[in-house]
Design a protein around this ligand. Structure first.
Ligand code: NPG
Length: 368
């Protein structure tokens, strides 16, 4: 397969409601979409980087820059390419995993479409639908939070994740447990908002029977997470800290986490995501699929990944209407708390041209 060029497209979609985390409030989603063209087929990839470098050092405009200057040209030169060769070809260019993931996904989608194979099958999926959780942002009051959680549970979501930060942790967890009972699958996500000095405070979450606490400390602080793990009974899950199969193995070996959130965009793509799944499975560590407010394009591929056997916890793979009034693909609709795994070739979905045009801010063609 020869890549003839890549179209970069910046889109902006309004969120149905503001989404507040410990690192900021989002009211819309800026994203970069890639369309890879080959002689036989085209393929799509969604870059998960945000508009600002608050969740991670990468951000959308920087991804566009590194793609146009370095990453896309590194796949040129008339070379024969397959998706498995993308990461090795890009390896001399350091970092930029979100940009690399989008490019690898677009090439992988084109390759799979070329021979009619669904991504789920190529990755080794074992389910045709996946149970879904939902991530609930920080709210202005506990009563408002309870209303929002009640709404999601009525829609059928199988697990609730509460965003927390200092000052918004014990009270919302206690209130949700009291209102919805001990059987509710409940977890929290701090997005690095705490320090080890908060260990005793975080231990006060232990009586609430949480599935896990996600990324309480700085992303580089594996040792701190290992120390914290020894003082909490709530299992620690890492997100931001896990950037590769190697870092996952290190975190597990150090005792820094008992659960891993796998986000393909954060780790350089679906092939590395599968390697992390394999490493975790070999260590008996459960994984779940994270979310970055993807459009239907990214969601389709995430749902395929979430259908692998080691994904034993519901992911942040919510339905399209949790995020957007109008998605750019056919919407993903929750049925009995699950989303269907796409079974068409490649990622199994394509953007709807009118919906895509509606949210497009700019496009650029990078020829090879
Ligand atoms: O359902 O896609 C979703 C959002 C899940 O909470 C969610 N994502 O830290 O995991 C996270 C968080 C996030 C959102 C991170 C946006 C970065 C940007």
């Amino acid at each position: 397969m020869k890549l003839t060029g890549v179209e970069l497209r910046e889109i902006r979609l309004p969120l149905v409601a503001p989404f507040r985390t410990s690192f900021g409030t989002m009211t819309d989603r800026t994203a970069l979409l890639l369309r890879a063209e080959t002689a036989d087929a085209e393929g799509w990839g969604e870059c998960v980087a945000m508009a600002d470098p608050r969740y991670s050092s990468e951000y959308a405009a920087a991804c566009a820059d590194v793609l146009r200057r370095f990453l896309v040209p590194a796949l040129g030169g008339g070379r024969q390419l397959d998706a498995a060769g993308v990461a090795p070809a890009l390896a001399p260019l350091r970092g930029h995993r979100m940009a690399k993931a989008a490019l690898e996904t677009a090439v992988l989608d084109a390759e799979l479409r070329g021979h009619g194979e669904p991504l789920a099958r190529a990755l080794g999926a074992v389910h045709d639908r996946v149970p879904c959780g939902v991530s609930v942002g920080i709210m202005d009051s506990v009563p408002h939070l309870l209303d929002v959680v009640a709404g999601y549970l009525a829609e059928g979501y199988r697990r609730i994740k509460l965003k927390i930060e200092p000052g918004w942790d014990l009270a919302p967890v206690r209130a949700v447990r009291e209102r919805f009972g001990d059987d509710l699958l409940l977890q929290v996500d701090a997005n690095t908002a705490y320090t080890l000095a908060d260990a005793r405070h975080l231990a006060r979450l232990d009586p609430y029977g949480l599935l896990l606490i996600e990324q309480p400390l700085e992303e580089e602080d594996l040792i701190g997470h290992a120390q914290l793990a020894r003082t909490l009974t709530t299992p620690i899950c890492l997100d931001e800290s896990i950037t590769s199969a190697r870092s996952a193995a290190a975190a597990i070996t150090l005792g820094a986490c008992a659960v891993v959130n796998i986000k393909p965009g954060r780790v350089g793509g679906y092939l590395e995501a599968r390697r992390i799944h394999d490493v975790c499975a070999a260590h008996g560590v459960p994984v779940w699929c994270g979310g970055m407010l993807e459009t239907g394009l990214g969601r389709a591929a995430n749902v395929a990944l979430a259908a692998l056997p080691g994904f034993t916890l519901p992911g942040d793979t919510s339905a399209s209407d949790r995020y957007y009034r109008t998605d750019i693909t056919e919407p993903f609709v929750l049925a009995d708390g699950h989303l269907p795994v796409p079974d068409g070739p490649g990622i199994g979905v394509v953007p709807l041209p009118d919906a895509l045009d509606e949210v497009t801010v700019g496009t650029e063609w990078i020829a090879l």
